[in-house]
Ligand binder design. Structure first.
Ligand code: PHE
Length: 359
């Protein structure tokens, strides 16, 4: 080769080597500066720099153009570049983007929590438990008895002998198999059982379900719940009865609820009364619930009739007693302003879950 051309070629290859060097450092710079808004940063980087038609691959191909004596130097520089790019790629792969962080196993503490379904007591149970705990505080204990009763405990012992007209006050479900059996119409039957046990004095409350053959409506049902109470002692008086029930009403509703007693009639008590409280719905002004009287009846009560004591073998000359009975549904309706009795037995979760936090 002529020296002139040889010199020209050497100059040319030297220039290519310089060019390659500056390309390598440019590429290094852009690898270093690499940033993107795209979600998958690492993959975008790999395609741009390391993929089969990526910039690093492309510049590798330029090895051919450098002079043989420069090849080693060029190879080292290119390998260093490749390594640099791969390191950067691994770094990107391992670093987590803020988006990925939010959707990965890291929790976003600002998100609202998942609602845990919380069970609730039935409003009837809430009020029954409340009534029980009020009376327990003044020494009453809970007594229970069967829901299928015999005539004696439900009626006869309670001064309601056969053919007594007052039996019609409560429409009774009889058991077909045995006409002496019925579904109890009140928990007074439990009081009879307790008096028959003969352990005096007696201070009990009898919560439980009772049945009456009534047409189902917003105000009546064929079953409901009662708490009845019985106190038998020497010298129990009507004043004791009133004070007990005053205490109950103030604890159950609020301290300045208005209370009144009206004379009434029950075969098993004499004298008998009904207790009213000022209407909680309208505050006594008059509304549908109190039938515009400002008062609602919440219980029946009276002094235990001597015949009842004697029927249960208790000496009515020595002992006196008072009794009372209330419907839990009525009290619950007043307390929570519920206007339809049927809601209690329909098991509609939308109704029931409103009592999750009720007390
Ligand atoms: N047993 C009556 C009823 O079911 C309530 C009552 C109980 C009344 C005790 C007076 C005394 O309606």
């Amino acid at each position: 080769m002529l020296p002139f051309f040889k010199n020209l070629l050497v100059a040319y290859l030297r220039a290519r080597m310089e060019e390659l060097k500056s390309k390598i450092s440019e590429l290094k710079e852009s690898i270093n500066q690499f940033a993107t808004e795209e979600k998958n940063k690492a993959e975008t980087f790999r395609i741009r720099f390391l993929g089969s038609s990526g910039l690093v691959k492309k510049i590798m191909g330029e090895m051919r153009n450098v002079a043989p004596e420069n090849r080693k130097q060029a190879g080292l520089a290119l390998n260093a570049l490749k390594q640099f790019a791969e390191e950067k790629y691994n770094q990107l792969k391992n670093s987590v983007s803020p988006e990925a962080e939010r959707t990965s196993n890291h929790q976003d503490l600002t998100l609202p929590g998942n609602e845990l379904p919380v069970g609730s007591r039935h409003p009837i149970s809430i009020v029954r438990n409340r009534i029980i705990s009020i009376f327990q505080r003044i020494g009453f204990t809970v007594a229970e008895g069967p829901e299928v009763e015999d005539d004696w405990h439900n009626f006869t012992a309670l001064n309601l002998p056969e053919n007594h007209p007052a039996r019609d006050m409560q429409d009774t479900f009889y058991v077909r198999r045995n006409p002496d059996w019925m579904l109890r119409t009140h928990t007074s039957s439990v009081q009879v059982r307790e008096m028959e046990r003969g352990e005096l004095p007696i201070r009990i409350i009898c919560p439980g379900r009772v049945y009456r053959n009534e047409t189902i409506s917003a105000r009546a049902h064929c079953f409901f719940h009662q708490v009845e109470g019985l106190y038998v002692e020497e010298n129990a008086s009507f004043a004791d009865l009133k004070q007990t029930l005053y205490f109950f009403a103030r604890e159950m509703f609020f301290q300045d609820v208005k209370i009144r007693f009206r004379p009434s009639y029950f075969p098993f008590t004499e004298p008998s009364a009904e207790m009213d409280i000022s209407c909680l719905i309208c505050g006594g002004k008059g509304c549908n619930v109190c039938k515009h009287t400002g008062w609602v009846e919440i219980l029946g009560c009276g002094m235990v009739h001597p015949n009842v004591l004697e029927n249960c073998k208790i000496d009515s000359h020595k002992y006196t007693g008072f009794a009372f009975g209330m419907g839990i549904e009525r009290i619950t309706m007043l307390k929570y302003q519920i206007n339809d009795l049927r809601l209690f037995s329909e098991n509609d979760v939308r109704f029931l879950k409103q009592f999750t936090h009720a007390i």
